[in-house]
Design a protein around this ligand. Structure first.
Ligand SMILES: Cc1ncc(COP(=O)(O)O)c(C=O)c1O
Length: 414
């Protein structure tokens, strides 16, 4: 390790995404002490450019720590690892032809620990808790983030408290319990879970690792952008469809492309970032379409895609800025289209997708049909987690796409 202890010596400061106030890493940090907005990490990218040539990344292994030069921890620090990242970018030629785009790729995130992309962020956040010697983490979750937090906390020997909406798919609750976390179920949405968490898991014993309430999960999620660039041979796609709830992955990819540009690792136009939401909870889409800088809370949020049921994303300005600066857009899809997208990913690509993944294919279909995505374009869609934890949504998808009788008969035969 070095004079900065567990942290990367090239990590200069944590900076407020809004008022630009900076803070150092000498103590646990959450949000900006001056204005309360999310903090983001700032690196000495010139030094990193000299020290980490793009072509030497192969020496660093295949998981997300391959990009350690642009991550917050020092070489010698023992980060909490379970094999996160390094997921495949798979070609989908049949769906590409049917949808009318030149190339279509699926970033398949279900091979991650606890079977979702949330592993990327929680590996980093729990590593930060270890770096600061904190005893425990806590968060509200729609399911996947809670499971990932439980797994990394278990591996690190830390306590973990999770609050989830009462209608969260059961698999997440069972998994988090199995991984040693304490889990509380509350009526309502993730916004209500966040309120309940404040009383049940107070600071300083419990470090709140809710979306954007600390700066490290974002650093883990930005590796999505690094992987898409490297796996595409450093030739960027034209558009990326991302299922957006709290927005960490979307903002993370925008940061990754910006950093890689400064590092000289990529050139040319950046991909258009397309935020995909459900018509039952589309606060990002509504604010984007109205040209607003902030996101107003969505009333009566409802969708089978539990990860998209985020009525009031905390990092609203960052999300909207990331979409607008990339020249992207935001699109909401109906529940039936989402279920159809899941079924098609399964039958035509062998991917047992989560509803959020089905939503990205549904959104691509809409934008391809409207001409907003053209026939010469190279497109990436996401499957952010495994369908295995969303069996209720799958029952609906099968009932819709095969007819209720056949789906019921198949279920009954088991
Ligand atoms: C499967 C899945 N996809 C997408 C999302 C939304 O991710 P983000 O918060 O990065 O927008 C979530 C969040 O819970 C999720 O679980």
């Amino acid at each position: 390790m070095n004079a900065r202890g567990p942290f990367n010596p090239r990590l200069l400061t944590l900076e407020c995404s809004e008022c630009r106030a900076v803070c150092d890493l000498s103590a646990p940090r959450s949000t900006c002490a001056a204005c309360g907005r999310p903090l983001v990490a700032r690196y000495d990218l010139e030094a990193i450019e000299r020290e980490q040539p793009r072509d030497a990344l192969g020496r660093n292994g295949a998981d997300l720590w391959r990009y350690r030069a642009v991550l917050p921890f020092a070489e010698g620090f023992d980060v909490v690892r379970l094999g996160e990242g390094g997921t495949p970018l798979l070609p989908l030629p049949r769906i590409a032809r049917a949808t009318g785009v030149a190339e279509l790729w699926l970033k398949e995130e279900s091979p991650n620990p606890t079977h979702s992309f949330k592993a990327r962020g929680l590996s980093l956040a729990v590593s930060a808790a270890r770096a600061w010697g904190l005893p425990a983490v806590a968060l509200p979750s729609a399911g996947n983030a809670g499971s990932a937090a439980a797994a990394y906390a278990a591996a690190a020997g830390l306590g973990c408290r999770i609050v989830v909406p009462a209608d969260t798919p059961r698999a997440f609750v069972t998994e988090a319990h199995a991984l040693g976390a304490e889990v509380k179920l509350v009526p309502g949405t993730i916004a209500d879970a966040g309120k309940a968490l404040a009383a049940w898991a107070p600071a300083p014993r419990w470090w709140n690792v809710a979306t954007f309430k600390e700066p490290f999960r974002l650093e883990g999620k930005k590796t999505l952008g690094y992987e898409i660039a490297e796996q595409g041979g450093w030739r960027l796609p034209d558009a990326i469809f991302y299922p957006t709830g709290g927005g960490t992955g979307l903002v993370g990819m925008a940061r990754a492309f910006d950093e890689m540009k400064q590092l000289g690792w990529i050139r040319g136009p950046m991909p258009r970032l397309i935020a995909v939401q459900s018509e039952g909870c589309a606060p990002v889409v509504r604010a984007f379409e109205r040209g607003e800088p902030d996101i107003a809370p969505w009333a009566d949020a409802a969708t089978v895609a539990s990860g998209l049921r985020v009525p009031s994303p905390f990092a609203d300005r960052l999300i909207l800025r990331s979409i607008r600066e990339s020249g992207g857009t935001a699109v909401a899809v109906g529940e039936e289209e989402m279920l159809q997208g899941m079924a098609d990913l399964a039958r035509e690509a062998g991917c047992f997708a989560c509803p959020e993944g089905g939503a990205t294919l549904a959104a691509l279909r809409r934008l391809s049909a409207s001409g907003a995505v053209g026939s010469s374009e190279r497109v990436v869609i996401f499957n952010t987690g495994s369908g295995l934890k969303y069996l209720e949504a799958w029952r609906l998808a099968l009932a819709q796409t095969r007819g209720p009788k056949r789906a019921a008969a198949r279920e009954g035969a088991r």
